[in-house]
Design a protein. Structure first.
Lengths: 470, 305
């Protein structure tokens, strides 16, 4: 027995030594955007990208990790150094991740590759702090109005005027039939609710800071500026006349017109299921989420869903809150790993480089999306170099598989409407505004004085947050 | 001085030598306990006195985090709500397991089947229970319960009813398991006492009051404290069912607020301070638990004699 134990110990020692001798000298990059194993077409596509990349850069080894960013798991992964080299996160997260030291400053790497100045400056600003940049945008989004045209037709608000089998969003003179103002939106939403049982005409988000996020855009369109500089100091204006008017509008559509769902707490996960279940006609969402009801509710790409520009306010102001979905890099990654990960983004077709391999990858992505029945639409471009923009526009035109009449106005007007979020403590501001919206959506909200409510919230926000900026 | 130190060392050595085997057996457990419980506990307390970046301590701020919490509306609301959860759990969820146990104790046929059915909700994963009841409580007219009863209740979207309804779902899930604990105790009561009571002419209520209840008293007290401690830590039901403590924070709890501050806001120092406050409140409740546990052990001891 003793002899056997000695032999086993020696064998283990030799095995350990041999493992050391076979150590891989390659630079390992973990890609957190690797698709789940069940998405077979996506996995094959990523494997082909990996093969091409490792062939051209033999010093690198790509490891795929299906990591979906989640606040529950991220903290532990960050503390134990197990975050992938590059991962996708939510547009709300960069400043928090930067402040907590979880992501790497990649400014030098971006400048070495020549990508720094090709990035949309507003998207770059959202991923930067103190003049340094910590991520690259995957794509951009802008808020607009999503509509289920089937329900609008059933409510008698639109029809197939030219009898071509498709519902028309424009009249015979080309004027839009979708709501271009908040007044028109209120009227149409009320009509839907009156005429269709179990259907709400419109929905306002109110939870998980998404209510405040959406509300800030509505308030802008009512003429509000939520954070301003006065005498060189930053001041919160959550109770400005425009913000009050916006919240009064929500109060009216909820309690006078009864055109909203009965829920008081509604988050971003609720809109697509309600739209897909035909219990909601219209809601404000981001352009990067247009595909969600098509995919999640298994609708064909020619289903009458439309996405139109944000309605204008009483004075004609019309903005679309604009941001980008970021790729960020682990703080523990080396510069070589970052460079490798950035180069791999080129092989994914997610960089400003228009090499042959990048173009091939973009086309691969489009073809897989077509096979999966996903809608292919124009995108909000994260890079501004001419060759990237023109190539992407050309590809989107070739592969587009939706009725662009339902989407064209959003993309045509977006550049003139886009506006980035307020500069300071946005997440805290959104959370405070969530509270205001929920107070109004509550049945007792009909008796609430909106001005007093917003003034209280404004004073708290100024005291607890904005005073720290000055 | 030297002699005193030598005497102390000798005493310690004798103590350890006498209990060497005991220490050796306890050592792995002590090490694991220290690693997973005590060290993180003291690190957490230490973290609560600092401003943090991630979990790294940046600046010592003393009691500032505690001050910010006590002045925070979210904390005051969550504290009040947590006590409200506890109160409702005593109203809705305290008597029900006892009643179920008393009924099950009288069942003669298919007792095993009834026990399984009563226990069944307890084996359903908590998240699945929360999501199921969230669908049932949909406030729109097409919601399941509103359609069934032809009503237009807001259910979880009503500030007044959200906490009792969440407590109701907790009770639905947990009452069966608790009732089986009471049932086990009921079945240890000697039938002789009931026969003697019947012979004395005692009614059903008198038999319950003078035979059953005294026997259950100690266990009731202990399980009450355990229930209070458990409900005090309610977390994922409001997180899932009301999207983070809605409507307007009416169902938020202290533990959910810890999660919010630690993971969503990324403020480890403030979350650590709040968890210390929750721990102190739970220590107080645990103190009651041990006190009543001592009474129960005395009571069982008397019966054994």
């Amino acid at each position: 027995m003793k002899r056997l134990m000695v032999l086993i110990t020696i064998a283990l020692f030799v095995f350990a030594l041999s493992a050391c001798k076979d150590k891989n000298d390659k630079i390992v990059i973990t890609i957190g955007m690797w698709p789940d194993e069940t998405a077979k077409e996506d996995v094959e596509m990523f494997k082909e990208w990996k093969r091409r990349f490792e062939n051209d850069y033999p010093q690198y080894e790509i490891k795929g990790q299906n990591y979906e960013y989640n606040v529950d798991t991220f903290l532990f992964m960050a503390e134990t150094g197990t975050i992938p080299t590059v991962f996708q996160t939510w547009f709300t997260e960069p400043q928090k991740l930067i402040a907590n030291g979880y992501v790497k400053d990649i400014t030098d790497e971006l400048k070495t590759l020549g990508w720094y100045d090709k990035m949309d400056p507003e998207m770059r600003a959202a991923m930067s702090a103190n003049g340094r940049t910590y991520g690259v945008p995957r794509d951009g989004y802008g808020l607009g109005l999503f509509m289920n045209l089937q329900l609008l037709e059933e409510a008698g608000l639109i029809e197939d005027y030219d009898h071509d089998g498709k519902l028309d969003l424009y009249d015979s003179e080309g004027n839009p039939l979708y709501p271009e103002t908040f007044d028109k939106l209120l009227t149409m939403a009320s009509t839907v609710t009156e005429r269709l049982e179990y259907v709400a005409g419109f929905m306002v988000l109110s939870a998980n800071k998404q209510g405040g996020w959406q509300f800030s855009n509505i308030a802008w369109n009512f003429g509000a500026d939520l954070q301003v500089q006065e005498n060189g100091k930053w001041v919160s204006k959550l109770n400005s006349p425009g913000a009050i008017a916006a919240l009064e509008w929500i109060k009216k559509i909820k309690h006078e017109n009864n055109a909203l769902p009965s829920d008081v707490s509604l988050s971003y996960n609720d809109w697509w299921s309600k739209i897909g279940q035909e219990t909601l006609a219209m809601c404000i969402v981001g352009s990067d989420a247009i595909a969600t009801p098509f995919v999640n509710m298994d609708k064909p790409t020619d289903y009458p869903y439309a996405f139109v520009p944000m309605p204008a306010g009483p004075s004609g102001e019309r903005y679309s809150l604009f941001g980008g979905t970021p790729y960020m890099f682990s703080a523990k990654a080396t510069s070589e790993q970052v460079m490798g990960a950035l180069r791999f983004l080129e092989y994914m077709g997610r960089s400003p480089e228009m090499s042959d391999v990048a173009k091939q990858s973009i086309e691969d992505g489009m073809q897989v999306a077509l096979k999966k029945g996903m809608p292919i639409l124009p995108s909000i471009k994260p890079w501004i170099n001419e060759d990237y923009v023109s190539y992407m526009e050309n590809m989107e035109q070739i592969y587009c598989n939706v009725n662009m009449d339902y989407f064209k106005d959003f993309y045509a007007l977006f550049d003139s409407m886009k506006r980035t979020e307020e500069p300071h403590y946005c997440q805290e501001m959104y959370k405070a505004l969530d509270g205001a919206i929920q107070t109004i959506l509550d049945p007792k909200g009909i008796t609430v004085n909106v001005e007093n409510l917003l003034t209280t919230i404004n004073n708290d926000f100024q005291k607890n947050y904005m005073n720290n900026v000055n | 001085m030297r002699e005193t130190m030598q005497k102390i060392r000798l005493k310690v050595w004798k103590f350890l030598k006498k209990n060497a085997m005991g220490w050796a057996i306890m050592l792995p457990g002590l090490v694991l306990f220290a690693f997973y419980i005590w060290i993180p506990l003291f690190q957490n307390i230490s973290l609560s006195f600092f401003e943090t970046a991630g979990t790294a301590k940046v600046k010592f701020v003393g009691l500032e985090q505690y001050q910010i919490l006590f002045q925070s509306r979210d904390f005051i609301q969550a504290l009040g709500n947590t006590f409200e959860y506890t109160l409702w759990s005593m109203i809705i969820g305290f008597l029900l397991p006892i009643i179920i146990a008393l009924i099950l104790n009288e069942v003669v046929h298919l007792r095993g089947l009834f026990r399984t059915l009563i226990y069944f909700p307890n084996i359903v994963p908590g998240i699945a229970v929360a999501i199921m009841w969230m669908f049932l409580f949909d406030p729109n007219s097409y919601g399941v319960l509103n359609s069934l009863f032809k009503t237009h209740h807001l259910w979880l979207n009503n500030e007044k009813t959200v906490i009792p309804l969440i407590v109701f779902t907790l009770t639905w899930k947990g009452a069966g398991a608790t009732s089986l604990i009471y049932l086990a105790n009921l079945q240890t009561i000697d039938k002789v006492y009931y026969e003697a009571a019947r012979l004395e002419g005692a009614s059903a209520w008198q038999r319950f009051r003078h035979v059953t209840l005294p026997h259950l008293k100690g266990q009731i007290k202990m399980l009450l404290i355990v229930q209070i401690i458990s409900v005090f830590q309610v977390f994922y039901e409001p997180l899932v069912m009301t999207k983070g403590g809605g409507p307007n924070g009416a169902s938020s709890t202290l533990v959910q607020l810890i999660y919010q501050i630690a993971f969503v806001e990324g403020n480890a120092g403030k979350a650590a301070a709040l968890s210390v406050i929750v721990a102190l409140l739970l220590f107080m409740l645990t103190g009651f638990y041990f006190y009543f546990g001592k009474e129960r052990r005395k009571h069982v001891g008397k019966i054994a004699k």
